[in-house]
Structure formats: structure tokens, C-alpha cells
Design a protein around this ligand. Sequence first.
Ligand SMILES: Nc1ncnc2c1ncn2[C@@H]1O[C@H](COP(=O)(O)OP(=O)(O)O)[C@@H](O)[C@H]1O
Ligand SMILES: [Mg+2]
Length: 321
Amino acid sequence: MVRGTGSTPREGADHPAGGGAMSAIPESVDDTEALLAAGHYLADRELATAVFLALRLRRPLLLEGEAGVGKTEIAKVLAATLGRELIRLQCYEGLDIADAVYEWNHARQMLAVRLAEAAGTGHELAESGLYAERFLQRRPVLRALHSVGGETPVLLIDELDRTDAPFEAFLLEVLSDFQVTIPELGTVRAAEPPIVILTSNRTREIHDALKRRCLYHWVDYPDAARELAILERKVPEAGAALSRAVVAFVQRLRQLDLYRLPGVAETLDWARALVALGCTTLDAQTAALTLGALIKSQDDLGLVRAAGVDAMLAGAAAAQA
Ligand SMILES: Nc1ncnc2c1ncn2[C@@H]1O[C@H](COP(=O)(O)OP(=O)(O)O)[C@@H](O)[C@H]1O
Ligand SMILES: [Mg+2]
């Protein structure tokens, strides 16, 4: 790995777009915080420490938390600010090795057989084999282990809780030894372990064996000060007064016993919606009309209406003062 003084993040990296030169792994927690901030990700000290340690110790990082708290974004921002390729494996029920790791390209194998037969070189093909690398289709996990020129990518295994136990069991080999075994070909081992970020929305428990291989961090909702800072970064057009009111209201909303609390993603969406309506401050009527940007279930909407949008707004304003 290239190390050096270049641990200062590139300034003004607009959004996690990547494509830049590869930067060194940060030297400290402060550096890590600055690196993430350069990608417009505002991490608290605990999260920055977890990310720093994962990078330093080359351990996978498992991030758990409610939806919309910024888990996926960490992997995107790390890839962009470190100048690495982001390889994303979106998990879903029924995800299997063929989608996640590799698959033999049967169409190409067949074609090769036909061509060899026509050319009378069938015996050569039989010798070199149909299970050669050129017939291998690399899926995200294998691509992440197969980095070239020391450019270790960021492997994002997103929403792991959506897969099932057999797939998790398979990941154990990948995460402990950074290798996968392909029966017809042998074992593929990463020259350099990729940076691995796993996320879970905790719709089910991740197995202990897998957790043991990772560093773990619970990503919580941000406090008001940090949420305001995030909003100012991501939706600067909202202006100070509206941003403060939005954050105070959302923080208040999170004290209700809702089925699904709004995440940072919803806060940003709501602020954008209010800007689109030309608001510079927040009033009860507009708040009530735009709740759909924040609350995504009929039952939760009922609860918020029962609590009274104007009462909540007044409470939020009082808490701010
Ligand atoms: N700490 C943070 N700093 C900057 N942006 C954040 C932060 N937390 C969340 N966000 C923003 O919130 C949105 C949702 O984040 P995402 O990573 O998709 O959530 P999750 O994966 O936890 O469901 C993204 O637009 C992200 O940029
Ligand atoms: Mg996500």
C-alpha cells in the first residue's frame, strides 16, 4: 500500500464521484474525520474511530443501524476520497454465489466448443480446458479480491440482513482469509485485502461467527448539532432559519413512538421539498402538507397528526431556544 504524507483529503471533492488518484490510508482518527468530511460525510468521533481502525487493521467493518442514517454513504465516500473503485454487492433474499462471486460463462464455453470443432482443434480446447479464467465471469466478491496493481477497492456488502444463513456462512471464508475457492480452478486469494464495509438494517440478527470477523459500529441518528451541520452541507439552499426549524422538528419527531423514524435521508428530502415550495421558515400548515417526505406510513402519519403538528412545531421551537 502506498503510504505517505498524502493523507490530507482532497479539498472540494464535490460528491463521492471517485476517479481521482489513490490516496493513502489516513494516519489518525482526526485524519479519518477530515477525509470523510472532504466527501461531505460528517462522522462523530466513534464512527471515525471505527473507520480508522478498520482501515488500519484491515478488518471488515460491519455497520448496523436504522434505515437512512448514513451507512451505505460511508462506503461511497471512502471509495471516492481514497480514490478507490467502489464494488457494490446489494444483498437480497436468494442471493447466491453465481450473482455474488462468479459464474462460468456457458454461452462462451459452448461457442468455444463449436468453433474448436469446426476448426478441428477440439483436442487443444480439451487440453486447455473449458474451466479456464477466460470463461470466468467475475461478480462483485471475486472482483474485489482480484485487484490489480495494488489498487485495493472498497467492497460494499450492502443490507446483509436481506440474505440468508448459507450466504453468510460463505462470506466467512471471504472475510477471514480474503479468498474464495472455485472448485474447477482453485483458490483465489487477494494480494491485498480490500476495504470491506458491510451494512445491516437489522431486520434480523447477523450471525456471531460473521460478526467476530468484523469491527462493529452501531450508526445512530445524529444529534441536532450534527444533523444541522449535515443539512447545511447537503442542502445549503435551505438557509439557516429553515434548516434549524427542520432539524428541531425532526429531532422532536424521533421522540414519538413511530413504527419507522425518519432518518437523515428524510431530513434532507424534507428540506429539499420545503425549498421547492419556496419556504424560508417553517409553519404548521406547510409542515402538515409535506409530512409525506418524512413519514412513510399511514399509521405513523396518524400518530403525528394525533400529536398535533402545531404543538410539535411549538415544542421544537421551544427546545431550540
Ligand atoms: N453523517 C452524515 N454526513 C453526511 N450525510 C449523511 C450522514 N448521514 C446520512 N447522510 C445522508 O443521508 C442519506 C442516507 O444515507 P444512506 O447511507 O443511504 O443511509 P443508510 O444506508 O443507513 O440507509 C444520504 O444522502 C447521506 O448522504
Ligand atoms: Mg443503505
